[in-house]
Write a protein that binds this ligand. Structure first.
Ligand SMILES: Nc1ccn([C@@H]2O[C@H](COP(=O)(O)OP(=O)(O)OP(=O)(O)O)[C@@H](O)[C@H]2O)c(=O)n1
Ligand SMILES: C[C@](O)(CO)[C@H](O)COP(=O)(O)O
Length: 229
């Protein structure tokens, strides 16, 4: 199974002056943790890191340190996540029929989650990892007034990995470009094209490191998982 890792962001919400994936989490760059999980997955056989050339030197150092046994390629990122994934899809090897896409910033995803998604992807053309929403969610208008309270039983928080049939996802991205759609994940393109996307139970700990608070929480989760050493 081929894996694309969008890693070309800037970390604006982190307030970081560099790519946030270079920030340390338990003394190792955030991206190292994502790569270690991908390395430990039984199903992933090829990794494409979608990233900006300015980060390539640092990312190469991370690769040297993590000592991946799987083939890795750098793919130039775009100015949005959507553009970055588009570039990643064009760079996939010809034999890639299914692809998993996993944010570099979701550095706590386990190898087990990658493997469960890869297994489900044999029998469907679109899936995402997601968890049921625990909060009561309010829909609010521009005046700050609640307009509705959706039934929580139908709400799931989207995560990555997200997995797709490569040919279909390429078509959806192409349609997205021609229609001017701007989306935050690939499942949204699939949905807008009328294609079905299956939910795979994600992991509560699979947070996206977006803000300094997330980094502190990730540190806590990793320390509980690995011990204090
Ligand atoms: N042009 C972009 C923007 C984002 N990403 C990647 O998409 C994932 C999810 O994006 P996000 O957490 O929003 O990362 P940033 O764009 O770095 O953060 P921010 O939006 O706060 O600037 C990250 O792994 C990020 O590196 C990407 O590959 N290309
Ligand atoms: C793909 C994603 O991680 C799913 O939760 C997310 O949509 C990435 O974009 P965001 O704008 O940082 O939420």
């Amino acid at each position: 199974m081929h894996l694309l890792i969008p890693a070309a962001g800037t970390g604006r919400r982190m307030g970081s002056h560099r790519n946030k994936l270079l920030l340390a989490l338990r003394s190792q760059p955030i991206l190292s943790w994502t790569l270690k999980a991908a390395e430990a997955s039984h199903h992933i056989s090829w990794i494409g890191i979608i990233s900006q050339p300015i980060d390539w030197e640092d990312f190469k150092e991370i690769l040297a340190q993590v000592q991946l046994t799987k083939p890795v390629e750098f793919i130039q990122g775009g100015s949005t996540r959507q553009e970055s994934v588009y570039n990643g899809l064009q760079a996939l090897p010809d034999d890639a029929t299914r692809v998993l896409i996993h944010d570099g910033a979701r550095c706590l995803a386990t190898a087990d989650l990658f493997d469960r998604c890869a297994e489900v992807l044999h029998d469907c053309t679109g899936l995402i990892a997601a968890v049921p929403v625990k909060d009561t969610i309010k829909v609010v208008d521009e005046n700050g007034i609640i307009t509705s309270t959706p039934d929580r039983r139908q709400l799931w928080a989207a995560q990555t990995p997200q997995g797709f049939d490569v040919k279909l996802l390429k078509q959806c991205h192409q349609t997205g470009i021609s229609q001017g759609w701007e989306v935050t994940d690939d499942a949204a393109l699939f949905e807008k094209c009328g294609l079905s996307v299956k939910i795979v139970e994600g992991e509560e700990t699979n947070l996206k490191v977006t803000t300094p608070q997330d980094l502190a929480i990730a540190e806590f989760i990793l320390t509980s998982r690995l011990g204090k050493k």
